[in-house]
Ligand binder design. Structure first.
Ligand code: SF4
Ligand code: SF4
Length: 334
């Protein structure tokens, strides 16, 4: 079901040549003619004003374990109301959610105050903006996150990081944590597989890490971004720019959308995990059954602070965000 036509205008728009309007939300900076939409499909020039076509139009609303985002260092074991819409500013060949990211999809109308009320009714720790790219319904995320913050809820973004600094800083006023995809550390990968650029993503990660909790995720695709050299570069970049205690996820790819490379072998994930562990304190494996890559182990004394078995979480080894045995801080938001 489609909701009412949105009345909210897009933030961060400016007039451009020939009746076009330029969107300044993400580094594509689309110049959009009257009646057309930007690369993300969902921000449309209607009579000289950009409107978000998907404002409050929700394709999925579910209570998920926060570990599923993935965020392993934010209120371990809690569930979070997770909301997504349709559209994306990337065109990833391997998109796991292409049915909502690359085309308009069925929605239900959930205005910000109702989203917050729903989160409270469900005893959610907060609201996660996820499933597709939250940047492309910026106004809804901002309006909802402000209300959620006032209601004592946390806000988390699961994002590709492709956003301009000014809108990002506006979000960071009300966002508590982000999981940012660092899909590769090469510009060539971003150009070839995502039709986007790497540099703005890295800038977003650095800016975000100065103001909120940040975890990163890299989906390892055989032959594309999984070489030991590239994993070493990834680990070095995270350690230098986000810090060695920045939680880092590597996860297995499965063929989807336009990419039919074989699924990531578990041995590739384990090799990446081993390389990253020489540089980073908290490295996790996703989309695979693993013990070593699931638990949060204290880098100080080796105690298991959070034990994970699927989405069953035992955080009894944590004490106020630190290791319950030796007291070392574990970069947790609790
Ligand atoms: S958010 Fe959408 S319309 Fe705006 S610049 Fe990015 S891709 Fe273009
Ligand atoms: S950024 Fe995420 S949602 Fe967007 S196309 Fe890529 S994988 Fe899909």
């Amino acid at each position: 079901m489609s909701g009412p036509w949105p009345e909210r205008r897009c933030d961060f728009q400016q007039p451009s040549v020939g009746g076009r309007v330029q969107c300044m939300i993400c580094p594509h900076h689309c110049r959009i003619a009257d009646g057309a939409a930007g690369i993300c499909l969902c921000r449309k020039n209607i009579g000289g004003t950009l409107r978000p076509l998907n404002y409050a139009h929700v394709t999925s609303a579910a209570m998920d374990p926060i570990e599923k985002k993935p965020l392993y260092h934010v209120h371990p074991g809690r569930s979070i109301l997770s909301l997504g819409t349709w559209g994306c500013n990337f065109k990833c060949d391997f998109c796991q959610n292409w049915q909502i990211s690359q085309q308009r999809a069925e929605t239900q109308f959930l205005p910000p105050h109702e989203a917050v009320a729903l989160a409270r009714r469900q005893h959610s720790v907060g609201i996660a903006y996820t499933y597709n790219e939250p940047t492309v319904w910026f106004e809804y995320v901002l309006d909802t996150a402000r209300l959620a913050r006032e209601a004592g809820l946390i806000n988390v973004l699961v994002t590709n990081g492709y956003i301009d600094p000014e809108p990002l800083e506006a979000l960071l006023d009300v966002v508590d944590a982000m999981n940012i995809d660092v899909k590769s550390v090469t510009e060539a990968f971003y150009r070839r597989h995502c039709r986007a650029r790497l540099a703005p993503v890295l800038e977003t990660a650095c800016r975000a890490a100065r103001r909120c909790h940040v975890e990163t995720t890299t989906l390892l695709i055989p032959g594309e971004n999984d070489s030991p050299d590239e994993i070493e570069q990834l680990g070095d970049w995270i350690a230098e720019n986000l810090g060695p205690d920045s939680p880092t996820h590597v996860s297995a790819y499965f063929p989807r959308y336009r990419l039919d490379a074989p699924p990531t072998p578990p041995a590739t994930l384990e090799r990446a995990w081993t390389i990253l562990k020489t540089r980073l304190s908290f490295v996790y494996m996703g989309n695979v059954v693993t013990d070593a890559g699931s638990h949060t182990v204290c880098p100080g004394c080796g105690a298991v602070a959070v034990r994970r078995s699927g989405y069953r979480i035992d955080a009894s080894g944590l004490h106020e965000g630190a290791c319950g045995r030796c007291g070392r801080k574990l970069n947790m938001v609790c």
